[in-house]
Design a protein around this ligand. Structure first.
Ligand code: GLU
Length: 332
């Protein structure tokens, strides 16, 4: 009796913990981080820390042979060098594979997802006309309703099976704290998408959702290149009965020709700036100025925090000119 009464009372400190915002930095260790990553991670940091929230670091290392330990080490070193900090140890996504596999199995068992033995080329071949708005062909539904389990799919086809989410018809509205509301028709454009690949590795769209929920993440601030993925993640959350976090998709950094920075352009990597002797506080100042803050040319991450206001962030891509890059390279 006493026990059940005690369980009804939530101690005040715990309640505070339940309501504080929890954000995360989620780099993929598939290359060196560049100034674009630095800016997005700084914005994510300031947005959470300005409201005394918690910030987690999750290394998203599920991407087959592209994810490498040396890039994970470099990313952690770069983020610390910039002056970022996070709560608790960094979390390696591959360390909790059973949790991700269990979510896939649950979705297949409940009929919200289905085993699929199609290869990429099968799907491209089945495409009558490429979909104009997407580089990815729409899944034509080949394996939908055919197999109840991986074992059945593999026995019947003699091929390895992945899993796809059964996407309900109709548009989805995503409310975003930066870009506003947008409507996405996942069924009509992408179709049933992969939640586990044919080698059984959990796909990004599933892993990000399951780990955000397991880690208690309430807010996701990331680059707006991931906005189209958000609608897919919304469907995964619904299928698993998980809450939707608040989303904030920020414009990316582009070069002066308007092209977004890419990991392959090693000359923009934080590792190179660091090795070349750049003062990281100059990068912090550049990112703070790009978020409409008046700050001196050198400033620490924490000094910026109390002044940060995401509402002031410009809505267009942040252009990194040659002059700015040169100034950052030579900032001592
Ligand atoms: N790991 C992903 C990336 O670096 C970001 C995932 C996310 O923020 O949801 O592109």
């Amino acid at each position: 009796m006493a026990r059940s009464r005690a369980s009804l009372t939530v101690p005040a400190p715990l309640l505070a913990e339940m309501t504080e915002p929890v954000g995360r930095l989620a780099p993929s260790p598939t290359g060196l981080l560049h100034l674009g990553h630095a800016r997005t991670f700084l914005l994510a940091y300031w947005h959470i820390r300005a409201r005394a929230g918690r910030l987690l670091l999750r290394m998203e290392d599920l991407d087959g042979p592209r994810a490498q330990a040396r890039f994970a080490d470099a990313a952690l070193g770069d983020l610390e060098w910039l002056g970022l900090d996070w709560d608790g140890p960094s979390f390696l996504q591959s360390s909790e594979l059973p949790r991700l596999n269990a979510a896939v199995s649950k979705l297949v068992a409940s009929g919200r997802a289905f085993p699929c033995v199609c290869s990429r080329s099968d799907i491209r071949g089945a495409q009558s006309a490429p979909h104009a708005s997407s580089l990815e062909p729409r899944y034509p539904g080949t394996c939908r309703g055919h197999f109840r389990s991986f074992a059945e799919a593999e026995r019947a086809s003699g091929r390895a099976a992945g899993a796809r989410l059964l996407v309900p018809e109709g548009p989805t509205t995503i409310a975003d704290g930066v870009s506003g509301e947008s409507s996405w028709d996942v069924a009509g454009t992408v179709g049933d998408f992969l939640i586990a690949k044919r080698d059984k590795a959990p796909a990004y769209q599933l892993a990000v959702v399951v780990d955000d929920a397991a880690q208690g993440v309430t807010e996701v601030l990331r680059g707006d290149d991931l906005l189209p993925s958000t609608a897919r993640q919304w469907h995964v959350q619904n299928a698993l009965g998980l809450p939707h976090p608040a989303w904030f998709h920020v414009p990316l950094v582009s070069d002066e020709h308007g092209r977004r920075l890419a990991k392959r352009e090693a000359d923009l990597s934080l590792a190179e700036l660091r090795a070349g002797g750049t003062d990281p506080r100059a990068i912090v100042a550049w990112a703070a100025r790009s978020a409409a803050l008046s700050v001196p040319e050198r400033i620490s991450v924490r000094e910026v925090t109390p002044h940060f206001d995401l509402a002031r962030l410009p809505r267009e891509p942040c252009k990194l000119t040659r002059e700015t890059l040169l100034a950052l390279r030579t900032a001592r």
